[in-house]
Design a protein around this ligand. Structure first.
Ligand code: ZN
Ligand code: ZN
Ligand code: FE
Length: 751
């Protein structure tokens, strides 16, 4: 090896992996190389980014230092490999075109909210993209939603059909431009355009006039279907009762909250209490819906989120949303453009057919959406973010794991809030939210998402993991795939998802509470305490099962859960909101065990308490009753606990429910709070029955902020280390990730 002298010329090659494409990495490297008087080249390949530089050894050392310490804002470098080569004495530094690499390890970036530079240009009357609703650059704009294949280059996006005008072409090839290799680059001359359609699909206005007419219609109280980034929104003035009520009627959506898009952060702060973490999330490139506490007496219509102290608030994230809200200067509801429980519409014609009954007009454009992505939903829990719906802005960013797999694994998810997961190497990718697999459209979208992952990463999964429920469509679809299938118990999958999210290893103790999951013994589980071992799990404890008259019908009718509870207690059901004949009929069914499956579900226990407190008798949407119990409990602050009892692996809730029955008529908030306190106390008492310090809090019940925060506080006080969800949802939206983890464990134990 030669001794390097100060002026010695060397050549060095760098291979970068991670989210390094479509974020301005090549111009960044170009500038850095020029600054350091280096020759060579940079190019994308399917595995990431490759750089070769040659020049003065000291300058290369500094170049390398800069490469490690500075990088484009939205990029993620997961790995840099470098080594020396023989100098080739090149004349300049160039950006080369991509090549095709068989091994796909680059990260697919999610869509990014419009950046400040693009907002400034869009509002500048002298700029050539003044008021252009599809402005973007290497720092912002669509990514995953327009991508058909990797690497992320224009021919592999839905912008392939748009030929660049000479001006855009110049910027695209100019290493000094903000839009150097910005794949979706466009302007009003060459890019996508807006159209306004009536309910029959007739185009009534183009371009800027389409936008100004849409604005006028919204001001007049009309409902518009708007094609956004990852799908259609239904939008209307959020301060007017009439359009909001009308949308509820047309969408058959009685009370499920609508999200609200505000013109600015200041406007959100005027209406809601915003913590620093919430502000950071609202303003992030992911721009999710953030659940924030609303102030009283605000201008938002009460119909936006009835009986709910929270608002799902978000900021405009596309140039089109910005132009709309700059003109309206007031918040709009922006709810998914879909029919009840179907996937969000992405295609213009599909939207016209599906949303004709909901929307008065359609504001559409001709840039196709390839991959569907609803708005993500985030809640701050115990000071940290928890994604309740992981979709636009997050999916399909990988979650890096300690473990890795040689062959790709697919997890097909559950039934409700379905997502799929795909793992390759040490990277776990979760699809955007698909929805409930109860309609043919949702099942089609589920299949499409699987095909999209296999296509993007050019690798069919070698193993497919699914829920243990034999009747789930996802299970049946997986079993039809003729590959190695693995059935994974629902609550075990929840626990493994939580472990992957927190990168912790077995052994640990998992508290898994949700609404419904198929249990090993064929009964419905949902109040589980699992000992997670390196090989599998043991059900250490569970809630005392109770009968559910009508089975799944109880999900939408919490009063059935209450009846099952009262039957177990042999208490008088007269207080329940039932027509007398129905109550007597169901009581008989309970007596004769006719269609009254047993469940240990804590979700259903919440439902029963909601009914006993008189908060509701029917659910308009999954989890509504449980939310009402949480919201009323927030109004009380005390530490009292009801009695409960553990015996032979069973948590007996009867003493608690009897105490609640005795207290009915007292302050509801007080009772609801005590119910939460008792559940937290049960968690701590259960944790004390075993040896592990790491306690997982997972399953749909832990979307409840009061429950999660009380439990994690009490666990810490008792010397335990609680873990909960952040990037993978605690609800069934995270199941697919846990299923993949279960398959991975099988691989390991086979190897
Ligand atoms: Zn930008
Ligand atoms: Zn152009
Ligand atoms: Fe679940």
């Amino acid at each position: 090896m030669s001794i390097l002298t100060r002026n010695e010329i060397i050549r060095r090659r760098y291979a970068l992996k991670g989210a390094v494409q479509g974020v301005g990495f090549r111009p960044f490297v170009y500038h850095l190389a020029i600054e350091h008087e280096l020759k060579g080249w940079v190019r994308n390949d399917s595995a990431g980014l490759i750089i070769e530089v040659e020049g003065d050894v000291a300058k290369i050392a500094d170049f390398e230092k800069q490469l490690h310490h500075h990088k484009p804002q939205n990029s993620i470098v997961s790995h840099i490999e470098s080594f020396n080569l023989t100098p080739q004495f090149e004349a300049d530094f160039r950006i080369l075109s991509s090549d095709n690499h068989p091994e796909i390890t680059i990260l697919m970036l999610p869509d990014l909210a419009i950046c400040q530079d693009c907002i400034r240009e869009m509002n500048d009357a002298a700029d050539r993209r003044h008021r252009y609703p599809f402005i973007n650059c290497t720092q912002c704009g669509p990514r995953f939603s327009i991508t058909t294949a990797l690497p992320y280059d224009r021919p592999n996006t839905s912008m392939a059909a748009f030929e660049m005008c000479p001006e855009c072409e110049r910027e695209y090839h100019d290493p000094l431009s903000r839009r150097f290799h910005a794949q979706p680059i466009a302007c009003a001359h060459c890019g996508p355009q807006l159209e306004l359609w009536d309910q029959k699909g007739n185009c009534v206005a183009y371009g800027d006039s389409a936008l100004s007419q849409a604005i006028m219609h919204i001001e007049q109280g009309k409902i518009i279907a708007l094609k956004g980034l990852g799908g259609f929104h239904l939008v209307a003035d959020a301060t007017l009762d009439r359009p909001v009520q009308l949308l509820r009627v047309r969408k058959h959506r009685k009370s499920k909250p609508f999200a609200v898009m505000y013109p600015s952060l200041e406007a959100i702060q005027a209406d809601c209490v915003i913590a620093a973490e919430e502000k950071a999330l609202l303003c992030s490139a992911a721009a999710p819906i953030v659940l924030v506490l609303r102030k009283s007496g605000i201008a938002i219509s009460l119909w936006v989120a009835p009986n709910n102290p929270y608002l799902g608030a978000m900021l405009p994230y596309t140039p089109l949303h910005h132009l709309l809200l700059q003109a309206l200067k007031r918040p709009i509801i922006a709810t998914s453009g879909n029919r009840a429980s179907e996937p969000i519409c992405i295609d213009n014609q599909e939207a016209l057919e599906q949303l004709r009954d909901c929307a008065d007009f359609f504001l559409v454009h001709n840039r196709p959406i390839i991959n569907r992505a609803d708005d993500s939903i985030v809640r701050i829990m115990a000071g940290k973010m928890t994604l309740l719906r992981r979709s636009r802005g997050y999916a399909p960013l990988p979650i890096e794991l300690n473990e890795s797999t040689q062959q790709p694994i697919l997890g097909v998810g559950g039934h409700l809030k379905n997502t799929i997961a795909y793992m390759q190497g040490n990277q776990l990718m979760l699809s955007p939210h698909i929805g409930d697999l109860s309609t043919s459209k949702a099942i089609g979208a589920h299949e499409q998402a699987i095909a999209a992952f296999s296509d993007l990463y050019r690798n069919l999964p070698a193993r497919v993991a699914h829920d243990a429920h034999p009747d789930y469509r996802s299970t049946q679809l997986a079993q039809a795939k003729r590959v190695n299938c693995l059935s994974v118990q629902h609550h075990y999958a929840h626990a493994l998802a939580c472990m992957a999210d927190n990168r912790i290893q077995a052994p640990c103790f998992a508290v898994v509470w949700d609404g419904t999951g198929y249990g090993e013994d064929g009964t419905v589980w949902g109040g589980e305490f699992l000992q997670i071992t390196p090989e599998g799990y043991q059900r250490l404890l569970h809630f005392l099962p109770f009968p559910l008259p009508g089975g799944d019908a109880a999900i939408l009718e919490p009063r059935r859960s209450a009846l099952g509870i009262l039957y177990t207690l042999q208490a008088d059901p007269g207080c329940l909101p039932f027509p007398t004949a129905m109550s007597a009929f169901l009581w008989q069914a309970l007596h004769h065990h006719i269609n009254t499956p047993q469940t240990s579900s804590v979700g259903r226990l919440f439902d029963a308490v909601a009914v006993l407190l008189g908060l509701c008798d029917q659910n308009q949407f999954e989890g509504e009753a449980a939310m009402l119990v949480e919201f009323i409990a927030m109004q009380s602050d005390h530490k009292l606990v009801y009695p409960y009892h553990f015996e032979q692996g069973i948590v007996d809730w009867r003493p608690m429910l009897l105490a609640i029955l005795n207290e009915l008529g007292k302050d509801k908030a007080w009772i609801a709070r005590q119910f939460h306190n008792t559940l937290a106390a049960i968690i701590v008492a259960a944790a004390r029955l075993q040896d592990q310090r790491s306690i997982l809090l997972t399953g749909g019940c832990f979307q409840n902020k009061l429950l999660l925060e009380t439990a994690q506080f009490e666990l810490r006080q008792a010397g335990f280390e609680p873990y909960w969800h952040h990037r993978i949802p605690p609800n069934d939206g995270g199941l697919a990730a846990g299923q993949v983890m279960a398959a991975l464990r099988m691989n390991e134990s086979c190897a």
